[in-house]
Write a protein of this length. Sequence first.
Length: 102
Amino acid sequence: MIKSWMVIGIVVFVVGLASNLIAPSDIKWFNRLQRPRWLVFERAIPLIWTVIFICAAWSAIIVWEKEPGTQETWLRMGLYLLLEIVTMSYTSVMCKVRSLKV
């Protein structure tokens, strides 16, 4: 039997992987943006987001394990997924429309 943490982990990984399908020209645009002086932690941002999504996945696992298969749990899983998709798609959309005002 497949464990809930495996399914949730795979979903988080696939959404994260799919959101990184950004055209090279869009990445060049993003890299040419002028960064504020106070942004000294830019190299840590991927690690920060990784930790955030690990915590979100862990939270989803806890919710699922508490009441597996109930309608409320499925609703929460759907909302977790929606939140991850919206959060991860921001960078792709921002780069595609070449505007920080997405």
